[in-house]
Write a protein that binds this ligand. Structure first.
Ligand code: SF4
Length: 465
């Protein structure tokens, strides 16, 4: 297979981004190299998202357009994975005759063999959900794929979700909760740190539910899991790891131990992304979120008491079926009361197969749009006020790479997860810093989306191994 190139298009959440990284790693270990564009590739894979219908429609339009790509060179192969693949399985093969294979969210390990089969002309679909822990046994990062992501890595600690929120398709596409034994997580963190990774983000659909089933049944020892706060404490002791993050937690699983971990663990970042979804008790109940606005506020107050300058970010859905103006105003009120530093807000999008798809009292499109814009306006001013308060402070940033502002400018994130663009030096030259290094920066300017900082002269506090 040597000399062949692959290209992966990824849609959706960080879990999908990480799955694409895992796929790329498997293919590198199989002798492939990556191509930055589809035109330079022999194998094209699409990692799909089904959280909103827009993402699903994008797949169908991509696949239609790829008929021409495939006929452009003999031997080209197309594979589709991710949540849409998990849901619709081999019906995709029937609908798109030029598609070679379909793989579900639990079947990444089968991709190299499916690729080989495709080269023999076999079309396969593998979407069987499995409770097997083998899905976590993936090879270490291949040296060929270390690029601008140097210095930080995702680390899967659990997969799946048992919460069945009324609007969400994830329990169907990602299956039931399954937690990875702590030993493997800690070993992987150690190896990553030995390879220069300074920051890990623990990943799971409900990441702070890690190990909860085994704990509830008194099986933690057999399952090899720990309470989530203890897992964080073990990771905090890994030499070389300077930052630990986790995403996405569910409010229900913020126990005192986790809140206290934020106060006591030196390397646990002072940032939590805690999905709110709605500030109205009536809507939260319909959404089946299993907490009230007061309980949510209690958690954020607890986190602020533990770490006074903690940065809290969130997700909000507006226009959920039955959401009245009063409910929406309660959401606006709660967003302001918490003072979120940032939020990802969406208009409700009905997904077939979810409970909410059957709900009446849809909120009309223009009204949902108005609420979305009103919420985003409130968030913009909260974010800007927060960013302005940072001017003059010194922060440590982990350099990620080139900024979206282009012109060779660099950017990174501080421990609070604020995006910091590095200003050119006095002579107009790009600052001397490399991805993966941690540098001290003085914040000199604030915009609604990011901060601008100037490098404080001195050595990087951490280099790449
Ligand atoms: S907790 Fe709710 S929103 Fe999050 S993945 Fe599970 S079902 Fe979806």
């Amino acid at each position: 297979m040597s000399g062949r190139r692959f290209h992966i298009r990824t849609y959706g959440c960080q879990m999908n981004v990480h799955d694409s990284d895992k796929l790329a790693n498997l293919l590198y270990h199989g002798g492939f190299e990556s191509a930055s564009e589809a035109d330079g590739a022999d194998v094209l894979m699409i990692n799909t998202c089904s959280i909103r219908d827009k993402a699903e429609n994008q797949l169908y339009s991509d696949l239609g357009a790829l008929r021409e790509w495939k006929s452009g060179l003999p031997g080209r192969v197309i594979g589709v994975g991710g949540c849409v693949a998990q849901q619709v399985g081999d019906s995709l093969l029937k609908r798109f005759p030029h598609l070679d294979f379909v793989f579900g969210t639990h079947n990444l390990r089968l991709v190299p063999s499916m690729l080989e089969a495709a080269q023999r002309g076999e079309r396969r679909s593998e979407t069987g959900e499995t409770r097997s822990l083998e899905r976590f046994d993936l090879p270490l990062p291949h040296p060929g794929i270390r690029g601008e992501e140097q210095g930080r890595a995702f680390l899967t600690v659990m997969e799946g979700c048992d919460m069945f929120c009324a609007f969400c398709i994830v329990p169907q596409t990602r299956g039931r909760e399954i937690s990875r034994p702590a030993k493997g997580i800690i070993e992987e963190a150690r190896r990553l740190a030995e390879h220069g990774v300074r920051e890990v983000t623990l990943l799971g659909q409900t990441v702070n539910a890690y190990g909860r089933h085994a704990e509830r049944r008194g099986h933690s020892e057999q399952a090899g899991t720990l309470p989530f706060a203890e897992l964080l404490s073990e990771l905090n002791a890994v030499p070389g790891l300077e930052r630990i993050r986790y995403t996405s937690p569910h409010p229900l699983f913020f126990d005192q131990a986790l809140i206290q971990a934020h106060a006591s663990l030196e390397h646990l970042c002072p940032h939590v992304h805690i999905p709110l979804q709605s500030g109205s008790d009536a809507v939260l109940e319909k959404m089946r979120r299993r907490y009230t606005r007061d309980e949510f506020l209690g958690i954020t107050e607890g986190l602020k008491a533990a770490v006074p300058d903690i940065a809290l970010t969130t997700d909000v859905i507006v226009g959920f079926p039955g959401e009245k103006e009063k409910d929406f105003l309660e959401t606006l009120d709660l967003v302001q009361a918490v003072g979120f530093v940032d939020s990802y807000s969406f208009k409700y999008s009905s997904r077939p197969g979810t409970t909410a798809a059957e709900f009446a009292e849809a909120v009309e499109g223009p009204e949902a749009q108005r609420r979305l814009e009103a919420l985003q306006e409130v968030q913009r001013s909260l974010t800007l006020a927060h960013h302005r308060a940072c001017i003059g402070r010194r922060v440590q940033i982990l350099v990620h790479g080139e900024s979206r502002r282009g012109r060779g400018q660099l950017c990174g994130r501080d421990a609070h997860h604020r995006l910091v663009n590095l200003a050119p030096d006095a002579a107009g030259a790009a600052p001397r810093a490399r991805p993966g290094e941690i540098h001290e920066v003085e914040i000199v300017e604030a915009t609604p989306h990011s901060l601008i900082g100037s490098l404080v002269p001195g050595e990087a506090s951490a280099g790449i191994a």
